[in-house]
Write a protein that binds this ligand. Structure first.
Ligand SMILES: Nc1ncnc2c1ncn2[C@@H]1O[C@H](COP(=O)(O)OP(=O)(O)OP(=O)(O)O)[C@@H](O)[C@H]1O
Ligand SMILES: [Mg+2]
Length: 506
């Protein structure tokens, strides 16, 4: 018997104006981790959506264990033993972990006893090192924990082919390491895994083979030992990518953002930010490093007026009222939130509306009245933005929810950065972007800095912090535990502070 569990043969899928998959061939071996790599919009998610029965291919065949399979729905896919964790989760926030897993069980008309599910979930969680309490409500869980629930769902239904679409985009480095352990465990039990990621290091760490896609086509399938980060980047993008960007020394000027003794609570009602004071000057980037979950999100949301706080936030010397986003917008603050889909975009609106959602405060001529766009005036500037930010789309009228993950992020960036902001609050600005797009975003953020914008950058990835920041503050349990310099020689010091060790003053 052949050891190929899944074979995709000549898969073609087009959407109006795009050929998302162009005669794709792909095989997955038993017990293999096979990475799928490619630029934003290359067609990775589409290919996996076809494999999981969310879309139907226009042409081509799918074979499971050598037999032709008609995968007409996710239900059918699950019957074939295929499970998928999507780029954006599909859990019911008000249900418990166990209830969510019971809900997803294949073909069950009568829901199994939640008690039974709870017990099995506990066993699986232990065996695969997936630490989560079956009785927690989903809304109480961090993104990493929610992902563990999704993985448990797959294990519960005993999926043999597991598709993980950018699972690590939302994880802390520590959580990613744990996920890789889980993946290795799953493979040991005979499962096969398709792993999508833009992080080349991870791809090299976890996979056995790597397939690179570009513009809907498979460019190459390689064994891990045959490649390096540089080779992969070049295969993906079709040119050499600068993985390290040099920046000029900063020339900070007047204080743009001043935060004094800010306290704010997280979603669970406990203080997440505990007395933070900081300053960001025009022409500098202050990087906030820290393990995710130490108050970064709450800090950014408070400063932008999305979350209640006590203390003071001043922009250009003017005190902002808590919970007033409009006053921030009017003062020229741009915000790149960590949740583009929930916070930054209206999925059901066309791209060109999304590109201009914030303009009434800045460019009134784009509006007929505060609630109504002047569509005809938006077309040309949105075309310009789509070109400038290399947003890959077939049409400006496409609803944003149909864009690939990375291209959604580019829409947010294009909107926020094109406002010529005085201050940018950027939370994980390159999450979900391919290496080429990351290089591009780094360049525009640095250009904004050089033109005098103040930038507060929150990132989990220290490499990103080092590349962009002029100063680094480390956030630990809601407090700034110390400052450091953004270079490799301070790595150990920053690492220690991230673990809660205060800097000793000499
Ligand atoms: N339902 C849809 N309607 C119209 N176009 C679509 C739809 N789904 C995907 N596309 C388009 O197909 C192309 C491939 O998208 P896909 O999501 O597969 O890319 P991807 O490789 O997963 O990218 P990313 O790395 O950004 O997630 C994109 O141009 C996208 O806009
Ligand atoms: Mg995708």
């Amino acid at each position: 018997m052949s050891d190929i569990v899944l074979k995709l043969s000549g898969i073609v899928k087009s959407f109006p104006g795009v050929l998302a998959n162009d005669h794709v061939n792909f095989t997955l071996k038993k017990g293999e981790v096979h990475a799928l790599l490619g630029e934003n919009g290359a067609g990775k998610t589409t290919l996996m959506n076809i494999t999981f029965g969310i879309y139907r291919q226009d042409e081509g065949e799918i074979y499971i264990n050598g037999e032709r399979a008609e995968i007409t729905s996710p239900h059918r896919a699950m019957e074939y033993g295929i499970g998928m964790i999507q780029q954006h989760f599909s859990l019911v926030p008000s249900f418990s972990v166990a209830e969510n897993i019971a809900l997803g069980l294949k073909g069950s008309k009568i829901s199994p006893k939640v008690d039974l599910v709870r017990k099995k979930v506990k066993d699986l969680a232990e065996r695969f090192g997936l630490n989560v309490n079956p009785d927690s409500r989903i809304w109480q869980l961090s993104a990493g924990e929610q992902q563990r629930v999704e993985i448990l769902k797959l294990l519960y239904m005993n999926a043999q082919i597991m598709i993980l679409d950018e699972p690590t985009a939302i994880l802390t480095p520590q959580e990613a390491t744990n996920l890789f352990k889980t993946i290795k465990e799953m493979v040991k039990y005979g499962a096969s895994v398709i792993f999508i990621s833009h992080k080349l290091k991870e791809v090299l760490e976890v996979s056995d083979r790597i397939t690179v896609m570009r513009h809907g086509k498979v460019i190459d399938t390689l064994k891990k030992d045959e490649v390096s980060e540089r080779i992969l980047a070049k295969k993906m993008v079709g040119r050499d990518v600068v993985l390290k960007i040099l920046k000029k020394p900063s020339a900070p000027k007047k204080v743009e953002l001043e935060v004094k003794d800010l306290w704010s609570r997280g979603d669970k009602g406990i203080y997440a930010v505990r007395g933070v004071s900081l300053e960001v000057k025009s022409g500098e980037i202050l990087g906030i490093a820290g393990v995710a979950g130490n108050g970064q999100r709450e800090l950014a949301e408070s400063i932008y007026g999305l979350r209640k706080y006590t203390g003071e936030v001043k922009i250009e010397g003017e005190t902002m009222r808590p919970l007033s986003v409009v006053s921030r917008m009017k003062s020229g603050v741009a915000y790149i939130p960590q949740d583009r889909k929930e916070v930054a975009l209206c999925g059901g609106l066309p791209i060109y509306y999304n590109l201009f959602l914030k303009k009434p405060f800045r460019v009134p001529e784009f509006y007929l009245n505060p609630y109504l766009f002047n569509s005809s005036r938006l077309k040309r500037p949105s075309e310009q933005l789509v070109n400038e930010y290399l947003i890959s789309t077939s049409s400006l009228n496409l609803e944003v929810k149909y864009l690939s993950g990375g291209n959604m992020q580019k829409v947010v960036l294009a909107r926020e950065l094109s406002l010529n902001p005085k201050l940018i609050i950027a939370v994980h600005p390159t999450r979900g972007l391919d290496v080429g797009a990351i290089e591009f975003v780094y360049k525009i953020l640095l250009k904004a800095r050089d033109n005098g914008t103040a930038i507060l950058l929150v990132a989990g990835d220290l490499e990103e912090i080092f590349t962009l920041s002029d100063r680094v503050a480390v956030l630990y349990e809601g407090e700034i535990i110390g400052y450091s310099k953004p270079d490799e020689s301070h790595l150990e010091e920053i690492g220690l502070m991230m673990a809660g060790v205060r800097k000793v003053k000499k």
